[in-house]
Design a protein around this ligand. Structure first.
Ligand code: ADP
Length: 479
């Protein structure tokens, strides 16, 4: 079985959020199951081919609508997982900082429609070019939404007709463009009312052989408003082809017992090192250190979905009420939210530390050094932050939505792994933070819950098996 992942993110080369982590870890897990999984990704500015990368000897010819261009292919094995990866070099579209938009997070690139149409088309040409014709092309999110349509057109010409799986990582980002992009792509499309817009996500949902999303609860939520973000009826019409498969995490890449980013290693059975990681984090963030201070962590994109405005709203009250509570917040995105948190850090210097950049090392130290991890998401397709947090012994405090429901067990006596709340309000979050402070002060109970969280198994084994079954079912059904 041969499967090509076509994906806009692939850490450590290019990452904005969880999609990249999933592409990386799932492709590795599938190879462990004997599937020849490979990844196709753009060569963005800031990714530099190293000596062991192979430039493909001949240029890649990409034909789109009436245009014809040449790109360059770089082939390598993923630096951490060993999965074969092909990077598409095409400077006009990809040699710039940022994946979907400039790194300041403010807006998207104006030519994203053309960029990702081109990328999707190039992935098909790549398979022909190297004469490696996968059974399945696995597309990820709106950037690859046109791929099934482009492939249909290609199949008529070449006779190669692989199945397509379209994974919906987030319904909010749909890729909506004018008809000029459809002309550029050379496809017939389903016009969106009220104006004739081309919606990449709905194209993918309509045309892919099968749809998956990243948790069972999100699979239900998106078939209704507001979860479907306007595409709920379309999703309902494809309900029998839609499956929620829970994301896992790479247990080797995310292991507090071997993570080189942490100043000391620890595990569920030997938590002593976690105290040191916490103290080191407090010192790095210029906060008073020691176990007297309950430490709450955040690692997130700053975006309305993540509900961190609720945290900003209730923080002053909580900080005044409990002068020992500490917050370390790492995030970037919405400039207004960055300003709000930075202002709070200036006022509450001994309680709040804020870093507004993308920083993988610091993220890992926050998962490892915090006692609690906050995710007040308005919606959350799966969420990886809470999984990393639990594995690193930080008890999640999260809204009862999407994958957070499927992965966090509410605390009951000494069982459970985290605190869940219902309403997307600062009051409900405040109550949960107070509950967490109470838990922190009941040391034995706190330790039991932490151990429960750390002992959960969020590996990919089961979910990768579900993807394999899906691929098998689809290929058996292929004519
Ligand atoms: P989403 O994909 O919606 O952003 P997830 O919880 O699924 O949310 O995944 C977020 C991923 O991005 C996690 O791996 C998290 O550690 C990482 N991340 C988010 N913001 C930052 C940041 N500022 N620095 C480092 N890592 C970050």
């Amino acid at each position: 079985m041969k499967v090509l992942f076509v994906a806009p993110e692939l850490p450590p080369y290019a990452k904005v959020g969880g999609l990249g982590d999933v592409v990386c870890a799932l492709s590795k897990a599938l190879r462990n199951l004997g599937i020849d999984a490979r990844v196709f990704c753009p060569l963005y500015g800031g990714i530099f081919p190293s000596e062991d990368w192979q430039p493909h000897p001949s240029p890649l010819h990409i034909c789109l609508g009436t245009t014809s261009s040449y790109g360059r292919l770089w082939e390598t094995n993923h630096i951490e997982t060993g999965v074969p990866v092909a990077f598409l070099e095409y400077n006009q579209y990809f040699e710039r900082d940022g994946i979907y938009g400039p790194p300041d997070g403010g807006h998207s690139f104006g030519d994203n429609g053309e960029r990702f149409t081109f990328f999707s088309r190039a992935s098909i040409d790549y398979c022909h070019h190297i004469n490696w014709l996968p059974n399945v092309i696995h597309c990820h999110d709106w950037t690859t939404g046109l791929l099934p349509s482009l492939l249909d057109a290609d199949s008529l010409r070449t006779g190669w007709n692989p199945a397509t799986v379209f994974t919906l990582h987030n319904m909010e980002h749909q890729g909506v463009f004018g008809v000029d992009v459809a002309e550029f792509a050379g496809i017939n499309f389903i016009a969106q009312e009220p104006a004739p817009y081309l919606n990449f996500l709905s194209e993918g949902i309509t045309r892919a052989s099968a749809l998956t999303t990243v948790s069972p609860t999100y699979a239900k939520e998106i078939q209704y408003a507001p979860g479907g973000c306007g595409l709920e009826s379309l999703l309902k019409s494809r309900s029998k082809d839609l499956k929620g498969i829970l994301n896992g995490i790479d247990l080797e890449a995310w292991d507090p017992f071997s993570d080189p980013s942490l100043p000391k290693r620890f595990s569920a059975d030997d938590q002593a090192g976690k105290t040191f990681v916490k103290t080191t984090l407090q010192e790095e963030m210029n906060l008073p250190s020691g176990s007297d201070f309950p430490l709450f962590g955040v690692v997130s994109r700053f975006y309305s979905q993540k509900g961190l405005d609720l945290l900003a709203e209730c923080l002053p009250k909580l900080l005044s009420k409990d002068p020992k509570a500490q917050f370390v917040i790492l995030g970037s995105g919405d400039p207004a939210q960055e300003d709000t948190f930075q202002s709070l850090a200036k006022v509450y210097t001994s309680q709040v530390a804020v870093v507004t950049r993308f920083d993988e090392r610091l993220a890992r130290c926050i998962y490892g050094g915090s006692d609690f991890f906050i995710m007040p998401s308005r919606f959350e397709p799966c969420g990886l932050g809470q999984l990393y947090a639990m594995r690193y012994g930080s008890i999640p405090i999260a809204r009862r939505t999407g994958g957070l429901v499927d992965t966090i067990k509410p605390i009951h006596k000494d069982s459970g792994t985290g605190i869940l709340f219902d309403e997307p309000t600062s009051g409900a979050l405040f109550d949960s933070l107070e509950l967490a402070l109470g838990l922190y002060n009941s040391s034995d109970l706190f330790q039991s819950i932490r151990k429960n969280a750390m002992s959960e198994n969020f590996g990919w084994d089961i979910s990768a098996g579900e993807y394999r079954s899906l691929y098998q079912k689809l290929t058996e059904a292929q004519p």
